[in-house]
Design a protein around this ligand. Structure first.
Ligand SMILES: Nc1ncnc2c1ncn2[C@@H]1O[C@H](COP(=O)(O)OP(=O)(O)OP(=O)(O)O)[C@@H](O)[C@H]1O
Length: 283
């Protein structure tokens, strides 16, 4: 289990101030615009950047107290780090075998074959998709209990993205006690595999919700000026001015459907929900 509590990381022009939790058996998504602080949060989680305040624990151990053995239980994909580009998969296989006690060479090589990744070609000659698959594969090849994956599907076409997401789902089926934190710009990716989603904006968590709740309970009410005065405001989260009045975001769509049968209520996609939170006025 990953717990990040009131973590503050302050740079000259940016401040991350966030809490989040990833439980066993769960895939948690972190979404946010460019510069929202996702990578900073991942670095804080992994102890790669000093905290100004707050705590990060992984399976109840503070991240700065993790032993080498504890660290072996963490699999990572970070956007700006990878193996030396002149290495081949054969080289990487040898390195992983020496580094991780629980390295599963059969899994690694079988998946490389499945993804048509050549064993003897230098990584610098790989396509973006090939590199992305290899990156995720290395994170999954040592029976890690904790997976921290920063944009593993970034820059990939839809089939390559789904191959990576399916591989993650399969991993969790095989190791049901593990937990996964994954960031992405693509909300359909998160919708496909995440149990819950955090939305980060300017270093702060603006929304945290179970994916099922987002998809089943959230709604957008389309109200004109007269209707605006009549609607119960108790379950409205954000509003946005429109040409006819206001769009309201609610997390209690059934309540409004039942009590306001004449009101137009749309079931939003996750992108539409995030756009309301991103650009709307909090109520
Ligand atoms: N080492 C650093 N020193 C100073 N500022 C930094 C440093 N690292 C990141 N930042 C700033 O922190 C902010 C958040 O960056 P971060 O990379 O965490 O965002 P992100 O959500 O991962 O963005 P993207 O989706 O574009 O990768 C940015 O404004 C960035 O310029």
């Amino acid at each position: 289990m990953i717990v990040m509590e009131n973590v503050v990381v302050e740079y000259s022009k940016f401040k991350l101030n966030c809490s989040l939790q990833v439980s066993k058996g769960m895939i948690t998504g972190l979404v946010g615009e460019n510069g929202a602080g996702k990578t900073t949060a991942f670095k804080a989680l992994l102890g790669l950047t000093p905290l100004d305040s707050g705590t990060v624990t992984i399976d109840d151990i503070s991240v700065d107290q993790l032993s080498s053995k504890d660290k072996e239980k963490i699999g990572t994909v970070l956007s700006d780090s990878f193996f030396n580009p002149v290495f081949t998969i054969k080289d990487i296989n040898r390195l992983l075998k020496n580094f991780y006690q629980d390295y599963d060479e059969t899994y690694f090589l079988t998946k490389c074959e499945q993804f048509n990744l050549p064993l003897k070609q230098k990584i610098k000659e790989f396509s973006t998709g090939m590199k992305a698959k290899l990156k995720t594969l290395t994170a999954l090849s040592h029976q890690a209990q904790i997976l921290i994956l920063d944009e593993p599907t970034s820059g990939l076409d839809v089939s390559a993205r789904y191959e990576i997401l399916d591989m993650l789902q399969e991993y969790l089926d095989q190791y049901p006690d593990s937990c996964v934190l994954i960031s992405s710009h693509i909300s359909t990716d998160l919708e496909r595999i995440c149990d819950d989603i955090y939305y980060l904006k300017q270093g702060k968590v603006l929304l945290h919700e179970d994916t099922d709740v987002l998809l089943d309970m959230y709604g957008i009410l389309k109200a004109d000026e007269t209707m605006t005065d009549k609607i119960d405001q108790d379950f409205l989260l954000y509003r946005k001015r429109t040409t006819y009045g206001y769009d309201y975001l609610t997390n209690q769509m059934p309540f409004y459907k039942e009590n306001y049968p004449n009101l137009i209520i749309e079931k939003p996609s996750i992108d539409q929900i995030l756009l309301m939170v991103m650009g709307g006025e909090e109520i």
